[in-house]
Design a protein. Structure first.
Length: 299
């Protein structure tokens, strides 16, 4: 009975204060919608960064005269490093073949001038790809300490740029979300406070006849949660519909982007976005109403 009363009175209060309730729901919806937009951008941006990272390699060159056994020992040590995603061995012969394709294409006579001689005879190497490029400096430091390694070539500028870009987009997104959450909590608090003011006389009578604080407060908590839930569901449905359409539109109108960005599927995005958005909406509604009730229910 108490639960039924709380639900009934909470939803009733939403209707009575419909102007404030609509404003709160609209603000909440805007917060969750913008959160969803920024999250979708962030996920796709991070996916793009990961694609770029996957093509950035650390190249390890061995001491002249290194045996295959010594090179294999180094490979075992590299494989044991947690930040290494994969690595490939490039023999001296393969390095020369790749060099000829890249630099002598269309001018095969120049390559033929070397005859059977391999000018890269001491350039066998490991190409190492990392799962997180921000850890590149630690790996390079470790590699340079290993015996048998002559030189380590890294893309320090690229690594720093990608890491800084990831951090920047994360900080900006976090700051915007915090601001939007504060605005939503403020409006929900005002809505609940208006409901308390309207029902002040009723609340006083209820407390005089023995109603507990929890019983008096619960309808207002339900009101806040209801506003938060509705304000979250609406933009999440809208985002789900729009995301796929936007991706299809961008892929069709800007085909060159398909070669630069592998867009994350709706399923992958909303596997995280849906529960997080609902939890945010309900949590903000609960927090806003809880704080307001605690401060204004003493009548």
């Amino acid at each position: 009975m108490k639960l039924g009363y709380s639900l009934k009175e909470g939803i009733k209060s939403v209707w009575i204060n419909k102007i404030f309730s609509i404003a709160s729901i609209a603000t909440m919806a805007a917060c969750i919608f913008l959160f969803g937009v920024f999250y979708s951008i962030l996920v796709n941006f991070q996916g793009m960064v990961k694609d770029v990272e996957s093509g950035v390699a650390i190249t390890v060159f061995f001491d002249e005269g290194s045996t295959q056994e010594a090179i294999d020992v180094i490979g075992v040590k590299i494989a044991q490093r947690p930040e290494v995603q994969r690595f490939n061995f490039v023999s001296a012969d393969q390095a020369w073949e790749d060099y000829k394709v890249e630099y002598f294409e269309g001018n095969e006579e120049a390559a033929a001038a070397f005859g059977t001689e391999n000018p890269l005879a001491n350039e066998a190497s490991y190409e190492i790809y990392m799962s997180d490029i921000s850890q590149q400096s630690d790996l390079v430091e470790y590699l340079e300490s290993l015996p048998g390694i002559r030189k380590v070539r890294q893309s320090e500028t690229v690594a720093n740029t990608l890491s800084d870009a990831n951090k920047l987009i994360g900080v900006i997104t976090g700051a915007i979300i915090v601001i939007l959450i504060c605005v939503a909590i403020f409006l929900i608090s005002n809505t609940v406070r208006t409901g308390i003011t309207v029902r002040r006389g009723e609340i006083r009578i209820m407390k005089m006849i023995g109603a507990t604080d929890r019983f008096v407060r619960s309808p207002f908590i339900v009101e806040g949660i209801f506003i938060g839930a509705v304000g979250a569901v609406i933009p999440l449905i809208l985002l789900y519909v729009l995301y796929g359409k936007v991706i299809d539109y961008v892929a069709e109108k800007f085909g060159f982007l398909n070669n630069m960005i592998n867009f994350i599927s709706s399923r992958t995005v909303f596997t995280v976005l849906l529960p997080v958005g609902l939890i945010m909406g309900i949590g903000i509604g609960f927090l806003g109403s809880r704080v307001t009730v605690h401060r204004h229910i003493n009548v």
